[in-house]
Design a protein around this ligand. Structure first.
Ligand code: NI
Length: 264
């Protein structure tokens, strides 16, 4: 199985301590690529450095809404610099978090909109974090004109998913799809068109059911693939191949030769 974990935070919660073992287990589970995602300046710098040292890792840089209070002109300037670095394939994660409300909503909206503009300038897809703010997130994306990106760790209804798909976005499903009570998310996982579906761990958080309560890691993205394949009545190999190809196309990491083979 060839898997692409589209959303990890390998710097968080002690994953660094045994990073080599974590990456080894990921490779053994069939994880061929990982996007490590920034949420503040330090995590964004780390993502860029990790991508430089590990061939299978790509980077995303950006400031999460929960850190909106720390956003400044200086932060923005450094994010611009980081966006130019090799193997930076997306801007994120950015968005709105009205569940935790760590920063005033007005400020969250402002830095979300600024970073959406940076992504359009850089021609990069955006990784969207949206919690208890689905409609407002959709409205901002619609108004700002970003048409390439991922609704990361999607947790909304199929109605919301349809609106995001309508804007050209991909839907990425994480470990909660394996939870027994996840009916709404399982419905989304079945209905999203195969060419817009992605999978992720969001590790170290949200370990799938089999490992629930423990530290999540990229190898466990296989659990997400198996669950969605089961729900859709598909061969897991096929689901893995589709979601991996989708991610490579979106992030622009697929080379022309591979595209030609896939289009035959
Ligand atoms: Ni995240």
């Amino acid at each position: 199985m060839q898997l692409f974990d589209t959303h990890t935070h390998l710097n968080a919660r002690g994953l660094l301590k045994d990073l080599e073992a974590v990456l080894q287990r990921a490779a053994e589970a069939g994880v061929v690529n990982i996007v490590n995602v920034g949420y503040d300046l330090e995590a964004s710098r780390y993502s860029v450095d990790l991508a430089a040292s590990e061939p299978q890792v790509y980077a995303a840089v950006g400031q999460h809404p929960q850190d909106a209070l720390n956003y400044s002109e200086a932060v923005e300037q450094e994010l611009y610099t980081l966006l130019q670095k090799p193997k930076v394939v997306a801007l994120g994660e950015i968005g709105l978090d009205y569940y935790r409300d760590y920063a005033p909503r007005e400020l969250q909206r402002e830095i979300f909109i600024r970073q959406l503009g940076m992504a359009r300038e850089a021609g990069l897809p955006v990784l969207i974090h949206s919690r208890d703010a689905a409609m407002e997130t959709v409205e901002i994306l619609k108004a700002e004109g970003n048409r390439s990106g991922i609704m990361h760790c999607f947790s909304g209804s199929w109605e919301i998913a349809k609106l995001c798909l309508g804007l050209g976005f991909h839907i990425s499903i994480a470990g909660p799809v394996t939870f027994p009570n996840a009916r709404k998310l399982q419905e989304v996982a079945v209905k999203v068109p195969l060419d817009r579906l992605l999978i992720e761990t969001d590790c170290p958080w949200l370990a799938p059911q089999k490992y629930r309560g423990t530290r999540n890691e990229p190898a466990y993205v296989a659990e997400v693939a198996l669950k969605i394949a089961d729900l859709r009545g598909m061969d897991p190999e096929e689901l893995a191949e589709m979601t991996t190809t989708n991610a490579k196309k979106l992030f622009g990491t697929i080379n022309n030769e591979q595209l030609l083979i896939n289009n035959k």
